[in-house]
Write a protein that binds this ligand. Structure first.
Ligand SMILES: [Zn+2]
Length: 304
């Protein structure tokens, strides 16, 4: 499992190659040595593309989701500094939907100084690594996708020769973005800038750090990379309070929607202020209440 094989396969230029040589061991250190096979496979089977506009590159590579209803919209992508995107290619054979292949791509935008945006690349490769194992499953006419703790359900509909996909549900985006930003911040500090702080997803990252605390990071990483959310839910039931995971998940998804909304309101002072207040209210009421309940339950258990 040598990163040079990956660099050679995609013929990455020297700047990107040198950065990957530094990044690869950091990923192994952060995610755990037992995850190296997944990290290597993921990087070996996914091209990194560098360009001006994430939306345009996805469009040119036929990797855009045609559905509305995702948390991330086309407008968000046009503003974005990077993306990890995958697509399951579905066949219909013997009255059954089947996954023929999974196409994947990591995209980052150009940067005037270093050739490409390093910190966003760390973030997007994190999404890739946390999606790669068991990314898609089919259950009758449902296509179930996952990316770390994010779960996406789509209904598959046969339409003549084509197969249409209709989004039914997407959840877990907020928590996953918070967790992925913790990783991004830590590795960016080591490799790029010791003073780096997450800005866009700053609130999600800060709150995810509170949830993960000092002792749960490896449990989260295991669930995110090895497709084992059930063990994490059980662990949080025991360590925190019953239904902790679901409550955390819901609060983070609400926060995520508000965070994207606030990005889009940067030039409208009034709207920006109202959404900021909504975010503050959600943290003060829902999040802090939950943390208090968790802390009380933990204190009680310790006292017993
Ligand atoms: Zn992300």
């Amino acid at each position: 499992m040598n990163i040079e094989n990956i660099i050679k396969k995609f013929n990455y230029d020297e700047t990107l190659a040198n950065f990957l040589r530094e990044l690869y061991p950091e990923f192994i250190a952060y995610f755990g040595a037992d995850k190296e096979p997944i990290i290597y496979e993921a990087l070996y089977n996914t091209p990194i593309l560098i360009g001006d506009n994430v939306y345009q590159i996805l469009k040119n590579n036929d990797m855009l989701d045609n559905d509305d209803g995702y948390a991330v919209s086309a407008a968000d992508l046009k503003r974005s500094s990077g993306a990890y995107q995958s697509k399951a290619i579905i066949d219909y054979e013997d009255n059954e939907f089947k996954i023929k292949e999974v196409k994947r791509v990591v995209i980052v935008t150009k940067n005037y100084n270093n050739g490409f945006s390093k910190s966003p690349l760390i973030h997007e490769l994190g999404h890739l690594i946390k999606s790669y194992y068991n990314e898609y499953k089919i259950d009758n006419d449902l296509l179930i996708g996952r990316s770390g703790l994010i779960e996406t359900k789509k209904r598959l509909i046969k339409d003549g020769e084509k197969i249409k996909e209709v989004l039914i549900e997407e959840k877990g985006v907020g928590l996953e973005e918070g967790l992925n930003s913790i990783m991004q911040e830590e590795i960016t500090k080591k490799l790029v800038d010791p003073n780096f702080e997450i800005s866009g997803y700053g609130v999600l990252c800060h709150l995810a750090k509170i949830i993960v605390g000092s002792d749960l990071l490896s449990a989260f990483l295991e669930a995110e990379i090895k497709d084992d959310k059930e063990s994490l839910i059980t662990k949080l039931d025991e360590e925190f309070i019953p239904s902790a995971y679901n409550r955390i998940d819901k609060i983070f998804d609400k926060l995520y929607i508000l965070t994207l909304k606030r990005f889009s309101e940067i030039f409208d002072k009034n709207k920006f202020k109202i959404t900021t207040e909504e975010i503050e209210k959600l943290i003060k009421e829902d999040f802090n209440t939950l943390i208090k309940e968790i802390n009380n339950a933990r204190a009680l258990r310790k006292g017993m």
